[in-house]
Design a protein around this ligand. Sequence first.
Ligand code: ADP
Length: 192
Amino acid sequence: MIVILFGAPGSGKGTQAQRVAVTTDTPHVSTGAILRGEVARGSELGREAKPIMESGALVPDELMVRMIESRLAEPDAERGVILDGFPRTVPQAEALDRMLGRNQREVGLVLYLEVDPELIRERVLRRAAIDGRSDDNPDALAERMRVYQRDTAPVVEYYERAGTRIGRIDGSPPIDQVTEQILAVLGAEPAR
Ligand code: ADP
């Protein structure tokens, strides 16, 4: 199944996607992680994306759609994937639907991690102190939250209108409890 893990920056979607991917043995496709890899390798895409990511803005849809299209064409994605960080705009969601439709596939579930904005701010600023991600500074975070409200939040409404199954998850409790809620929605057994 194609599952989208959706939520604001700092909602914990990366952490949860990783855990759910391991428990359900499904590939975790994180556009943020792929982009950071490209930046680290100094590829053409990485050089283009770096200043955009550092400012908190979004990398152009066209580049992201191409990146996802080639990732979903890999053999391990045939069983399904956990998408983390994509789609982040309505045009990306539309492009994803078109690309899946060509292969008689569709988005099976949107997991929407809901977290209070104040808690998000605390988490991201704490993460900045720990991993030193260059876009986790207060200015870039404020921009990422604005971009999220303006461009990304409407993606949930897009899937509501499309009649896609949406699982709303309370993302504020401790990590394990959030994972349990997600696995319950997926109907999967927690890992022992
Ligand atoms: P977070 O969810 O914590 O903001 P991510 O690791 O998902 O961080 O993404 C980091 C940055 O990578 C984003 O702020 C954006 O610049 C870029 N990015 C990731 N995914 C996308 C996407 N689907 N479309 C455009 N830009 C993206």
